[in-house]
Design a protein around this ligand. Structure first.
Ligand code: AMP
Ligand code: MG
Length: 342
């Protein structure tokens, strides 16, 4: 398949180009587009064959459901059951990097939901994503635009690496804003439950919903309830190379010094503040140790870069399980083959 690449400035939208992509969606084709979280691989959510081709292009297991993307919140009402009370609450976050799991109506194709009675919906704020959905005139089903298991793409070059020849169009809109996939929150029970931590933090959610649940598996502990959080059982974001995560602690420098003795040629992913302890080693900087926004936005890109070097192992410093740090650590734990704590 020939893949067309359309370059676009998110702050100066080219409607003609978006229209080309929207026509492809209408015809049942595949379009990769930037969002505020990561790049998405989209198809007409109401066209079963188009949705099937998403799974094929990604090599994604079909028991891992997809998120349905809308341009406006009102439109979810045709596809899900939601109380007025809950609708008023979720408005606060819309549009933005958050996905709501709700009871579905029959019109939602089974292929999107992996045959469950719930569906995940999201309204992106990114101008290219939002306009593409609007001009397509249909909801767009879209997972992240990486090959299944690989780190999600945060720049168009990563999309091209994974998806060239597998999709009709790639819209290159430059860098994404957050670099982590949307927060997924299950609203089908009395107390909202986080299924995937993301840019919208537990603190943000508590302000609107009051009480919320954060299951143990979010922190890499306990068992995933795969009936509720189907995609979470898969190892994700993983570099091919051995990847060791060192959890945040006061002793982290000593722990890393101990680990590196076991390897010939390690690559260290370190906070700016910690580089001085490792002169002479190959180092990639993740950001200042408290700058979680920067660490998050660079995270997947760093994992991809680290995988391409000739080092024999990647050793990466973790952040505190706090606020946005919970989302960063969730991805790092899934990406790692080994985890060292205090
Ligand atoms: P991605 O498409 O890579 O952003 O991943 C989407 C994730 O959203 C999936 O892996 C699921 O974990 C989650 N998801 C989608 N639909 C549902 C649903 N109906 N119930 C629970 N989680 C869902
Ligand atoms: Mg993904």
């Amino acid at each position: 398949m020939e893949t067309k690449i359309l370059k676009m400035n998110p702050f100066d939208i080219d409607f003609k180009k978006i229209n080309i992509a929207a026509e492809i969606i209408k015809l049942g084709g595949l379009v990769v587009f930037p969002t505020e979280t990561v790049y998405g691989l989209g198809a007409n959510a109401l066209n079963e064959n188009a949705v099937k081709s998403i799974y094929k292009a990604k090599g994604r297991p079909s028991d891992n459901p997809l998120i349905m993307h809308f341009d406006k919140l009102e439109k979810i009402k045709d596809f899900v059951y939601i109380s007025e009370n809950l609708y008023e609450k979720i408005k606060v976050f819309i549009p933005g990097p958050i996905t709501f799991v709700l009871k579905r109506k029959n019109i939602v194709p089974n292929i999107i939901t992996a045959n469950m009675d719930t569906v995940a919906v999201r309204i992106p704020i990114h101008p290219i994503a939002n306009k593409l959905i609007e001009m397509s005139g249909v909801p767009i089903a879209a997972p992240s635009a990486n090959l299944s298991g690989k780190p999600s793409p945060t720049i168009a070059e990563h999309v091209v690496e994974d998806m060239k020849g597998r999709v009709d169009i790639i819209i290159d809109g430059g860098n994404v804003d957050f670099g982590l996939e949307s927060t997924v929150i299950d609203l089908t029970e009395d107390i909202p439950t986080i299924l995937r931590p993301g840019p919208i933090t537990p603190e943000n959610l508590k302000e609107v919903f009051g009480e919320i649940k954060i299951p143990e598996f979010i922190y890499g502990k306990g068992k995933v309830d795969t009936a509720k959080a189907p995609g979470m059982k898969y190892r994700h974001y993983a570099p091919d190379k051995k990847t060791i995560l060192v959890e945040y602690s006061e002793n982290r420098i000593d722990i890393i010094k101990k680990i590196i003795k076991n390897y010939k040629n390690p690559l260290l992913v370190l906070f700016e503040e910690d580089k001085k302890y490792f002169n002479g080693y190959d180092i990639i900087t993740s950001g200042n140790k408290n700058d979680y926004y920067k660490i998050a936005v660079n995270l997947f890109s760093i994992l991809r870069t680290a995988d391409k070097t000739n080092n024999d192992v990647i050793i990466i410093e973790g952040v505190k399980d706090k606020g946005l740090g919970i989302s960063i650590m969730n991805r790092l734990r899934k990406a790692s083959s080994e985890i060292w704590g205090e």
